[in-house]
Design a protein around this ligand. Structure first.
Ligand code: MYR
Length: 184
């Protein structure tokens, strides 16, 4: 009987790499299909964001269960946890958190390594495509589930010749958690 794979094993790392590649290729196929189905590339960007949102509102449970992360005190701490734990957990990379606004409500996640775009080149006809929009939706959805309404957008994109990927996150408001209804 074969022994089970364990996280430290070399074979386990290979399985993880294959999974990551499969995910990257599958995402590429989804984007390609959306481009076939929609004439307007802005519609594709919106669809990708919305798919991400639907993933994010579910993925937060897995994140909280696996990470054992304590409740963050503020948006700064949340951004750090997203970069160091969330991205590492789901994409295997850790963006740098930078470019904070003075009020601490806006910051950027910077990455020069983005597994989502391995094997990808944008044809000239797709320059309006924001290929990684799904990440914006994932973040927005996940944060909404922990009471943070945010706006998330991509401001730099290496597929379009920028030197880095920059995802800008803005905290719009923290929605107070509703207390369970108490009968008198
Ligand atoms: C808390 O205050 O409850 C912890 C806050 C942590 C938020 C982490 C959200 C994780 C989102 C993962 C995104 C991965 C994108 C690939």
């Amino acid at each position: 009987m074969k022994a089970a794979l364990r996280p430290g094993d070399a074979a386990f790392a290979n399985v993880e790499k294959v999974n990551a590649e499969l995910f990257t290729l599958t995402y590429g196929a989804v984007v390609r299909q959306l481009l076939t189905d929609h004439e307007d590339v802005d519609d594709v960007n919106k669809q990708l964001d919305s798919m991400g949102y639907n993933i994010g509102i579910r993925l937060i449970d897995e994140f909280l269960a696996k990470s054992n992360s304590a409740k963050c005190a503020d948006f700064r701490e949340t951004a750090d946890v997203i970069a160091k734990v969330g991205f590492k957990m789901f994409l295997g990379v850790s963006p740098t958190v930078a470019n904070w606004s003075p009020d601490g409500k806006e910051c950027s996640l910077l990455m020069d390594d983005n597994p989502l775009v391995d094997f990808v080149e944008l044809p000239d006809t797709c320059q309006g495509l924001s290929y990684c929009s799904i990440l914006c939706g994932v973040l927005r959805g996940a944060l909404e589930m922990i009471s943070m309404r945010t706006e998330v957008r991509i401001v730099k994109d290496m597929l379009k010749g920028d030197d880095v990927y920059e995802i800008r996150m803005r905290l719009i408001e923290t929605v107070p958690e509703e207390l369970p209804y108490k009968d008198d």
